[in-house]
Design a protein around this ligand. Structure first.
Ligand SMILES: [Zn+2]
Ligand SMILES: [Zn+2]
Length: 177
């Protein structure tokens, strides 16, 4: 029996990204075993595991009941309140070394694709170009070192890849332990 998971505009394939996996586990919100469980971040003052089914994430019931958010609003500048709430309260987050943050493009939240290395990034030259520009702004002035770092992404450091929900361009940020 195949079950179709809810559609998450800003995290289209949470199974591929590893944020939701198939498991016989009871949802901390609806207290039912729906066969799928959320495994990534949930920030709440309440003492709750954050192990929710995808449906309680999608309809906002988990975030509302436990007054929490799946992702920090840090970085989500210039988007409408509706988009901000959809990403923080009704979209699965993801695991990262650093506190995860969401990228914005074309004044809308981007869709999270997943954690990638250099090989995957080369398929999206615009994401690599944007990473280079961001890193130069961050003080990487030695081009050889910068390229060395980028080509080793996927080892000690990785990239979090997003796709713009408006223009379709890919963008990324670097995550490291
Ligand atoms: Zn549930
Ligand atoms: Zn865009």
């Amino acid at each position: 029996m195949s079950v179709s998971l809810p559609v998450f505009r800003y995290h289209p394939d949470p199974v591929a990204s590893g944020s939701i996996r198939e498991a016989a586990e009871t949802c901390a919100c609806c207290e039912r075993d729906r066969g799928w469980i959320y495994t990534a971040t949930f920030y709440s003052a309440d003492d709750v595991s954050g192990r929710f089914c995808p449906w309680c994430i999608a309809d906002g019931s988990a975030a509302e009941r436990f007054a929490g958010e799946f992702v920090d609003s840090f970085g989500l500048d210039g988007v409408s309140d509706d988009v901000l709430h959809e990403v923080t309260r009704r979209t699965p987050g993801f695991r990262a070394w650093q506190d995860p943050h969401w990228l914005v493009h074309c004044r809308n939240a981007a869709a999270f694709v997943g954690e990638v290395g250099y090989a995957e990034l080369t398929a999206h030259p615009e994401a690599l170009a944007q990473l280079r520009a961001d890193m130069r702004l961050d003080g990487w002035h030695d081009e050889a070192r910068l390229e060395q770092f980028l080509t080793h992404l996927g080892e000690a450091a990785t990239a979090m890849l997003f796709r713009c929900t408006v223009c379709g361009d890919h963008l990324a940020y670097v995550d490291a332990s």
